[in-house]
Ligand binder design. Structure first.
Ligand code: ADP
Ligand code: MG
Length: 323
């Protein structure tokens, strides 16, 4: 069976007047239907850029996106026409950002905005049908019915975030991307929403990408994890393996910093140095300068991802050969 999503050699470069920023470099990974992938990494490691790159949300004038992104086998999200892409958005693929209120119009009631989005793909749906579907989702994300008739300015940020999450689920998309979408919610609400989403996934065969800096979210709600650093994918594999027995020295440091798995990734104070300058194309491993295991080769040559065991891979020359 074809993968639900196969990202192949994805590169995203931001081009400003003075310089280029190599924000995502040669990332390849593949997701099967029903997977829930956590993407983790320090702030600035390219997680949002990766998501926006595969969903064509970056302006062509300032961002070069190359590579392939195969959805359900044959459709390359990066090369289909605008029309074909518009047919997939919301219906098959949804994304929610941390500041979802920015994607809602301030001058229209929530009801009107939901009807508009719904009608793009289901032009014949009645208002009553849409209302029923919406209220079902509102219950799931813990919103009272009255929200349906409110204007965005009448609601708190947390409520608007929940509205955006409900909207993303309207058409039961095959692929759902949360980019820090639940981060600003309180822990209890976040937990409830994640439980509901996980339950929905099972019944709808939904696949989810969860961009987060919260390791507890990954361990509680994801089946796979991708570790990014300075635009590069350094490790990929099942959550149980990567979090418990990380193969890459960077992931090992990351896990040492969060032994309980309950915590946020901030700057890794335990590793000397900081994220490298992304306007320079480093020849070697992007983590080499901070890595206690780095040798000369790591400074000159970029390690490719290779298998540590089946389904678990890392980009490091120092990996134990267990295959
Ligand atoms: N529009 C832009 N122009 C130039 N650089 C950008 C732009 N957007 C993001 N970046 C840079 O790209 C890198 C990756 O950013 P981002 O994808 O937002 O990381 P993350 O989501 O992991 O925090 C950062 O160095 C950021 O400063
Ligand atoms: Mg981000």
């Amino acid at each position: 069976m074809a993968a639900l999503l196969e990202i192949k050699n994805l590169n995203v470069t931001y081009r400003n007047k003075e310089k280029s920023v190599y924000a995502v470099r040669d990332v390849s990974l593949s997701l099967e239907e029903g997977d829930a992938l956590g993407i983790v990494g320090e702030s600035g490691s390219g997680k949002s850029t990766l998501a926006m790159g595969i969903l064509r949300l970056l302006p062509e004038a300032t961002a070069d996106v190359t590579g392939k992104c195969l959805f359900k086998g044959e459709t390359d999200l990066l090369s289909i026409s605008q029309k074909e892409y518009a047919d997939l958005r919301w219906k098959d693929i949804s994304i929610v950002f941390q500041k979802a209120m920015n994607s809602l119009s301030p001058v229209h009631r929530i009801r009107t905005q939901i009807e508009d989005i719904y009608h793009v793909h289901e032009p014949k749906a009645s208002k009553e049908e849409i209302r029923e579907r919406s209220l079902e989702l509102f219950r799931m994300v813990g919103l009272p019915e009255r929200v349906y008739n409110l204007y965005p300015h009448e609601m708190s940020g947390g409520m608007l975030q929940r509205v955006a999450i409900a909207i993303s689920l309207l058409h039961e998309p095959s692929l759902l991307i949360f980019d820090e979408a639940t981060t600003a919610l309180d822990v209890v609400t976040q937990g409830q929403i994640l439980d509901e989403v996980v339950r929905l996934e099972k019944s709808m065969h939904m696949t989810r990408i969860m961009i987060t800096h919260d390791m507890s979210v990954v361990s509680a709600s994801c089946s796979k994890v991708a570790v990014m650093y300075a635009g590069c994918l350094l490790e990929f594999g099942p959550v149980g393996k990567v979090l418990k027995d990380p193969a890459h020295p960077y992931t090992q440091k990351l896990m040492e910093s969060f032994p309980s798995l309950h915590g946020e990734i901030r700057e890794l104070k335990s590793i000397p140095g900081s994220l490298p300058d992304l306007s320079i194309l480093h020849e070697g491993c992007v983590f080499a300068e901070r890595c206690s295991k780095a040798c000369e080769r790591c400074l000159k040559e970029r390690p490719a991802m290779r298998d540590v065991e089946t389904g678990h891979s890392a980009a490091c020359f120092a990996l134990k050969e267990v295959l």
